[in-house]
Unconditional design. Sequence first.
Length: 180
Amino acid sequence: MKVLGVSGSLRAGSYNTLLLEEAAAAAPAGVEVELCDSTLIAELPAYDQDLDVPDDVPVSVQRLREAWAEADAILFATPEFNGSVPGGLKNAIDWASRPRLDAALMNKTVSVIGASTGQFGALWAQNDLRRILGIAGARVIGEALPVARAQEGFGEATRDALRSQLELLVEAASLDEVAA
């Protein structure tokens, strides 16, 4: 099963990208966690319905929608910017939530994790992201997985939690495939 890891942080050395790399290393047998190229988010124009024309969307939008649609499931890792989700990630979700009934996120099984250098592990951003994804049509599973003080590194407890989160995500996505 292919799980796409999407980092909400675009910066080099991002703790959330590192968290996704840790998830890939902790993945159960038969599960491949592939990190989404951050340029897919970085190159998107701000969502504008005038640009969202069938068969004529910007190439960056088409690439994002295809990558997210092809994944069996998506694991989002979000930092917290001013108590919420980074604007670039929210913009990507806006693009991937359209066209409404044929969107890349429609009924996509997703899960949310997050890391920060503070004591709460991007918990507010994770809660906001879970709500945003649900409204966008995704099937959000699992609980938030806050990783605090990410600058200190990730230990065995984090790897175990990531493995558990991935097992739950894969199980839910597998059930979705059977039902489809």
